[in-house]
Write a protein that binds this ligand. Structure first.
Ligand SMILES: Cc1ncc(COP(=O)(O)O)c(C=O)c1O
Length: 408
């Protein structure tokens, strides 16, 4: 077994990275020189298997149409190995990217004016997607508990009444929750009883930290009547996030046929060359990489959590069960930040108040909580998927801003 070194960041200079683009950084936090801890891709190297496979293809010097048939068996074998989940090949469809595929399902299985239950805080594109497709958001606010957020089952059931669909995200972005089997059963029971579809984004599913067990909704729904579509992807699991690719797993064959027909109508039937090379190699050879990555992410989160506890005790990080994003509750700083904004409006020229505070006072760029819903403006999302050096710089920036506002 090969050992991967997740203590160092990959060199992204000259890579035209969205996350490191100074104009983008300035737009988020007002300071173009701030270090980026926002967009959800990692600065960590991707696996050797993927790199070597791409190099081999480049050396061949020809990029023609690639036979995609091997991709689905590769995905299925990974699902078995990683999640103990038996996927029937008849239930799987390759789809073009997570957001494309969910938007397609939303368009096919709901109609304008339909009410879509959406858990909050919510990854912003889901909010956009529902609104821009003229459906109506029915917000379900996850319960704030001591350690972070949780699904209050009774409240979820009440909120689902009268809804026409559920858009779920598991593990959850931005709170980092891995849902329990009981919580997933609640979602499935609601969907069965109300006979409404569930679209479940599981892009972060392969990154559950050791000790947490992600259950694919596809698996949990076995034997139920829930019309759920579970969307999986290699993007986050192997750090190839710029390569849009997804697999839609159907429990309902009629829905699958309709979905495939819609893909055919739009000629969205086959994956691009590089995505098929990357995903196939990742799924077939990437299990060690993925397992070690999960352990490294857990260590990085523990470092972040203990650093904050020691140095910025008024900031409360939500417990992260999966992936590389931490949702930080900065409510206790809010009043002081607003005073700073009033005293120095020139530093807060933009939409995001908290992002500007940390960008201007600490030199770090994070996603503002309000991007996940207006009610979360006092939170920040910190992407800790980076080398240890960079993480330390990010934490030092957090402390710099914190000390500044506490001493002000
Ligand atoms: C929950 C979630 N869904 C979807 C995406 C984007 O997926 P894709 O790039 O495949 O459309 C992200 C990216 O951050 C995400 O966090």
């Amino acid at each position: 077994m090969r050992d991967y070194d997740f203590s160092i960041s990959a060199d992204r200079s000259g890579a035209n990275s969205e996350k490191w683009n100074e104009e983008n950084i300035e737009g988020i936090c007002g300071n173009r020189k701030a270090l980026p801890f926002w967009v959800a891709d990692m600065d960590l190297p991707t696996s050797d298997e993927i790199r070597k496979a791409l190099e081999k293809e480049a050396e061949r010097g020809v990029i023609g149409y690639r036979e995609p048939r091997a991709l689905i068996p590769a995905f299925i074998s990974f699902m078995k190995e990683r999640h103990g989940c038996d996927v029937d090949p008849q239930d799987v469809v390759f789809a073009q990217g997570m957001l494309h595929s969910i938007a397609m399902a939303l368009n096919l299985f709901t109609k304008p004016g339909d009410r879509v239950l959406l858990p909050y805080p919510s990854y912003h594109p889901f909010i956009d997607m529902i609104v821009s497709n003229e459906r109506v958001i029915v917000p379900y606010h996850l319960e704030r508990i001591q350690t972070g957020f949780a699904l209050d089952e009774e409240k979820f059931i009440r909120t689902a009444e009268g809804c026409d669909a559920i858009l779920f995200c598991s593990p959850h972005n931005p709170t980092g929750i891995v849902f329990t089997e009981k919580e997933l059963k609640t979602v499935l029971e609601c969907a069965s009883r109300l006979d409404i579809p569930v679209f479940c984004d599981e892009i972060h599913s392969d990154l559950a930290h050791p000790g947490y067990h992600h259950i694919p909704l596809y698996k949990a729904s076995e034997g139920t009547k829930a019309r759920c579509i579970t969307f999986c992807a290699a993007s986050k699991s192997f750090n190839i996030a710029g390569e849009h690719c997804a697999f839609a797993l159907f429990r309902d064959r009629k829905m699958k046929e309709e979905y495939e027909k819609a893909l055919r109508r739009l000629y969205l039937t086959s994956p691009g060359y590089s995505v098929s090379v990357m995903a196939e190699n990742a799924y077939l050879h990437g299990i060690d990489y993925n397992t070690q990555l999960c352990a490294a992410l857990e260590r990085k989160f523990q470092r972040l959590e203990s650093f904050i506890k020691e140095n910025c005790p008024l900031i409360r990080p939500c417990a992260v069960h999966a992936s590389f994003i931490a949702f930080l509750d900065c409510s206790a700083l809010w009043g002081r930040v607003l005073e700073d904004k009033t005293a120095h409006p020139e530093l807060y020229q933009g939409t995001y108040t908290m992002s500007h505070f940390f960008g201007q006072r600490g030199g770090i760029c994070m996603n503002d909580g309000s991007w996940f819903g207006e009610e979360y403006a006092k939170y920040m999302r910190f992407n800790f998927g980076c080398g240890d050096d960079l993480l330390e710089k990010g934490l030092a920036g957090l402390k710099k801003a914190y000390d500044w506002i506490i001493d002000a």
